[in-house]
Design a protein around this ligand. Structure first.
Ligand SMILES: *[C@@H]1O[C@H](CO)[C@@H](O)[C@H](O)[C@H]1NC(C)=O
Ligand SMILES: *[C@@H]1O[C@H](CO)[C@@H](O)[C@H](O)[C@H]1NC(C)=O
Ligand SMILES: *[C@@H]1O[C@H](CO)[C@@H](O)[C@H](O)[C@H]1NC(C)=O
Length: 227
């Protein structure tokens, strides 16, 4: 059982989780693609981006409440990173980056069923770049928060909330399970690998398919989309 490092950027994804399904081996393949086939002429996936106006990708939080909360593995079973975004990204000619110092990065946590009496403080940043898609406009991200939790028990379910408690901008309560101490018999048995998920008309299907196979560990090899 691993830390499930799933980004929570689309609440919709979680409503589409299909439970069950056996776990075929590659010997039973090749399999029919679950979404759209890979185009072997253009080497492109053919998935179409959701438009910015799509209801699935509208902001649902107020002010500096956390969005896109995710858990990722740190170096060992006793440590994980909790990450999230606050505030809006901006694209345009005349934009002012948000000040990362304006919101705290706090995680309150505890073993499931007990009080969330532990608290850890992390750091935050914004990044800026030229946005090449609609002419060369400037882009500045929302505030990206990272908090590392340490000293965790192995194979244990934790509950946590993240955000800024001083301005009452905390997330809902979420859960993660830590890894077992690694050994020749203790390791994540089901490992899913995915890249370039995007925010397309097929992203929810891809996620639903991944989760229906109950991976112990999800390796995101890049291309995680944010807005
Ligand atoms: C994939 O996206 C296309 C639209 O681009 C849609 O017509 C199709 O139903 C989607 N398929 C799945 C399985 O998500
Ligand atoms: C490319 O895809 C077509 C079907 O769309 C298939 O017939 C062909 O064998 C494929 N070529 C390669 C190199 O995989
Ligand atoms: C982007 O931002 C930089 C620094 O603020 C500014 O000098 C530049 O003119 C901006 N470029 C565009 C295309 O808005």
């Amino acid at each position: 059982m691993g830390v499930l490092a799933f980004p929570l950027f689309l609440p919709l994804l979680w409503r589409l989780i299909v439970v069950n399904a056996s776990f075929p081996t590659t010997l039973e393949g090749p399999f029919k693609p679950v979404t759209v086939p890979f185009d072997n002429q253009s080497y492109h996936g053919n998935a179409i981006d959701l438009p910015d106006t799509d209801p699935q990708i509208q902001r649902t939080v107020q002010g500096f409440e956390p969005e896109q909360v995710s858990v990722s593995l740190s170096s060992d079973y006793d440590s994980v990173w909790i990450s999230w975004i606050t505030g809006d990204s901006q694209i345009g000619d005349d934009i002012t980056p948000l000040d990362p110092e304006s919101v705290y990065s706090v995680v309150q946590y505890g073993i499931e069923g007990s009080q969330m009496s532990n608290e850890e403080v992390g750091y935050s940043l914004v990044y800026n770049q030229l946005y090449p898609f609609e002419g060369l406009q400037n882009y500045t991200s929302g505030i990206i928060h990272h908090v590392r939790l340490t000293g965790l028990e192995p194979s244990t379910l934790y509950q946590y909330q993240c955000g800024d408690p001083y301005i009452s901008a905390m997330s809902d309560v979420f859960y993660f399970r830590t890894m077992p101490p690694s050994s020749p018999t203790n390791y994540p048995h089901r490992v899913a690998v995915v890249g370039d998920l995007g925010l397309t008309y097929n992203t929810s299907t891809t996620f639903g398919h991944l989760l229906s196979n109950h991976p112990d560990l999800l390796v995101l090899v890049g291309g995680l989309c944010n807005l």
